[in-house]
Write a protein that binds this ligand. Structure first.
Ligand code: ATP
Ligand code: MG
Length: 735
């Protein structure tokens, strides 16, 4: 009966696919590489392959390992597989490389020499850790940039290099850096902390150093499936090769045109190598795009055709050609945000759903102005990425207490909170603790304990003892409590809550709310299949660290989605705004120096554009204030690479003398268009003009609306912000 039902499911599932997709899904049990453009159904095919393996080939869910790019994608994948199977897919491993590596290390902590309660350091923790260590070793006066040191170490790890293998360098500066890498690693090991890159490296070594463990997993995970294969880095690729061994059956899907993590060590070359490393590989190409309108697809195809290094492919759709791509030239970033907000309002007014709308930008800092406008317009939004919940200072403080309560040798945690809230352990005393720890190769915790017995003046000794006692008593008090009670206990007893409650500013209030929210997060925490056998607190802390690396996993409510183009990979939205389309911002200034950097930016632009299903807007600003400085830039060359006939320029509401982007003329064609008619010309005002108002003081004109006696002007005043005034009564004086 059940078999019958399943076979029907399988048939029905295949019927939802086109012939090429079916070919990939039901390919013989050999390695498969699906190489295809955006929106052609790669992810869909991967999901169906898993279902097909189970339904048609009788594969046990236990034998499947599927790798996705974010935790969110993993959750979606699981849901869709369950939908096809018509039953829960327990024992199926679906996760990110980091999540899977973490799970392996939790199981095999002894085999890789980690303490059972090892903690994960996110990249912000890692940076602090490096800064502290540089200081400790007397490097603070050298011109080492901690961020560069961090990239160096991560890069070595991504390339599967331990310090022992790198110390031999000819170059003395390089040798010194490697020496630092060695000390860094020793210190991490002693503290029982693991950075993100280390998760992968340890998991790799777990297998490469332990043939019997490897054999076990090779036998178990017969089917290895990888989405977004173009963005695997060296260690990930070697790790999957190790697992596949001679018998494994890898199924990978990817698109060379969407490789956007080269800066993090990803290698497109893995696509080329795959065929060589896995003999009998079947390559399947998908060419039909199901996501976007003909116009959006044509624009994306034209754009990416400008890249030299690509495998080349043909992507078509039989869908409608749809609306043109709308280009808006904003005067500045506020005007841009205003425009986007008003279009979102229109979308809602026409019955559109908010969560179908995405605002995509090149850098996280761009989100703030949009947030301001959306708040004013009372449009709920969600920023995906950026300073995420688990990266906020107060949350990290609370988590540090929990980590220390669980694992005393966690130096990063201790360092963070030994004097937060202040308890009379000054910077000098903390320095002494660090020195003592370093001199005796011990953890900060043990150093603090020793010094508190004899080594500190009475007052400091008392303060340190009180701190140690606080952590000890927390450790025992939270034993046996429910997870959310543990968190609740810690935020009260650490006095963090009381500490932030004293701060009556909005910021302080937000922090208090966030701490309460952490208790809620703990209450709603579901460790999921991958981590269900861990103690809840351990799973929760790991979750917090891993989440801070790659975005949140919470359900997307009905709100506008805001994220970088990088984090939009794999997603799709009916309405997409690509904002900040300016040379220098996108393509990013740094990338303009070399051709391959520019090509990576273009791929990113291709990723952004191909997220759109029905309507795509591109906006750019004449003048932009970002990171506190003003810049004037040309529209992105990427807009110029899209054929004119696909674009529609949106004119300002009133034609005034202002520079506008002329499609087809490239960035050089951006010239003032004087279409002088309407009230503003008569009134003698123009956009961007500085004006003085009797009551509000100085400001800049950002927008006009209405005609004649109804003509209104929008001015951003330095002291009071945005105001809309009736032009006839405003009495603005031009400055
Ligand atoms: P990306 O490169 O952006 O990751 P992708 O190749 O993984 O894209 P999917 O996300 O799998 O593409 O599919 C894109 C959209 O097209 C999805 O909404 C999917 O459901 C739909 N789709 C894919 N194949 C078909 C099909 N045969 N029939 C109908 N819809 C399809
Ligand atoms: Mg996909």
């Amino acid at each position: 009966m059940i078999a019958d039902q399943q076979s029907r499911n399988s048939g029905a599932a295949l019927a939802e696919l086109n012939p090429q997709q079916q070919e990939a899904v039901s390919a013989p049990l050999d390695p498969v590489l699906v190489l295809a453009g955006a929106g052609s159904g790669k992810t869909r095919v991967l999901i169906h392959r898993i279902a097909w393996l189970m339904l048609e080939k009788g594969a046990s869910p236990y034998s499947v390992l599927a790798v996705t790019f974010t935790n969110k994608a993993a959750a979606e994948m699981r849901a869709r597989i369950e939908h096809i199977l018509g039953m829960p897919s327990t024992r199926l491993w679906v996760g990110t490389f980091h999540g899977i590596a973490h799970r392996l290390l939790r199981t095999h902590w002894q085999d890789v020499g980690l303490p059972q309660a090892f903690q994960i350091m996110d990249s912000d923790d890692q940076l602090r850790f490096i800064k502290r260590l540089l200081k400790n070793l007397g490097y603070e006066d050298s011109n080492w940039d901690p961020k560069e040191v961090r990239s160096y170490i991560n890069h070595q790890k991504n390339e599967v290099r331990r310090p022992t293998g790198t110390l031999q360098s000819e170059d003395p500066a390089r040798r010194q850096l490697n020496e630092f890498y060695r000390v860094y690693q020793e210190t991490c090991d002693r503290a029982g902390v693991v950075d993100f890159a280390e998760l992968l490296l340890r998991a790799y070594e777990l297998w490469s150093d332990n043939p019997e463990i490897l054999a076990h997993y090779q036998q178990r995970f017969k089917y290895l499936l990888v989405d977004e294969f173009q963005d695997t880095n060296t260690i990930q690729y070697r790790w999957m090769r190790l697992l596949a061994g001679q018998q494994g059956i890898p199924f990978v899907v990817g698109d060379d045109d969407q490789s956007i993590y080269r800066w993090r060590g990803a290698r497109i070359e893995h696509i080329y190598r795959f065929e060589k490393d896995f003999p009998r590989t079947r390559i399947v190409r998908l060419e039909q795009n199901y996501r976007s309108t003909g116009t959006i697809l044509a624009a994306a195809n034209a754009l990416i055709a400008n890249n030299q290094s690509r495998m080349g492919k043909n992507l078509w759709t039989d869908g409608k050609s749809g609306a043109p791509i709308r280009v808006y030239s904003a005067y500045n970033e506020r005007d841009e945000a205003e425009f986007v907000t008003s279009r979102i309002r229109d979308w809602e007014a026409q019955g559109g759903v908010r969560s179908e709308v995405a605002i995509l930008y090149r850098s996280n800092a761009q989100s703030r102005v949009f947030e301001e406008y959306l708040i004013n317009a009372r449009i709920p939004y969600r920023v995906y990425g950026g300073l995420r919940f688990f990266e906020r200072a107060e949350i990290k403080d609370a988590l540090a207490y929990l980590r220390l309560a669980l694992h005393r040798d966690d130096d990063t945690a201790l360092d963070r909170i030994i004097n937060v809230p202040t308890r009379g352990i000054g910077a000098k005393s903390v320095d002494r603790i660090r020195e003592h720890a370093k001199a005796h190769s011990m953890s900060l915790w043990r150093a603090a304990a020793e010094l508190s017995k004899n080594g500190f003046a009475a007052r400091t000794a008392n303060a340190v003892r009180a701190f140690l006692e606080l952590i000890r008593s927390m450790g025992s008090a939270i034993e046996g409590l429910e997870l959310h009670e543990q968190v609740d206990h810690v935020i009260y007893n650490s006095t963090l809550l009381a500490h932030y409650e004293k701060d009556v500013t909005e910021k302080g209030e937000a922090r208090v709310e966030n701490l309460h929210e952490l208790v809620n997060a703990a209450r709603g925490f579901d460790p999921g299949e991958m981590e269900e056998d861990l103690p809840p607190l351990v799973a929760f802390l790991a979750h917090a660290s891993l989440e801070s690396g790659e975005g949140q996993g919470a359900v997307w409510e009905d709100c506008v989605q805001m994220m970088t183009m990088h984090s939009a990979k794999g997603l799709e939205f009916p309405l997409v705004f690509m904002v900040g389309m300016e040379d220098g911002l996108f393509p990013h200034q740094r990338s303009l120096q070399d051709a391959s950097g520019l090509e990576e930016e273009r791929r990113l632009c291709y990723v952004g554009a191909t997220r759109a299903m029905q309507q795509l807007y591109m906006t750019h600003a004449e003048q932009r204030r970002l990171h506190g400085t003003d810049s004037y830039s040309q529209p992105s060359r990427f807009i110029g690479e899209i054929p004119d006939e696909l674009l529609e320029e949106i004119r300002p509401q009133i034609h005034v003398s202002r520079p506008v982007y002329r499609p087809g003329q490239g960035s050089a064609g951006k010239r003032a268009k004087a279409a002088g008619f309407g009230a503003t010309q008569q009134a003698g005002y123009r956009l961007g003009q500085r004006v003085q108002h009797g009551k509000f003081g100085e400001g800049v004109i950002l927008n006009f609306a209405g005609q004649g006696a109804q003509a209104r002007v929008q001015v951003n005043f330095e002291s009071v912000g945005m105001k809309e005034l009736v032009l006839a009564y405003a009495n603005l004086e031009v400055l």
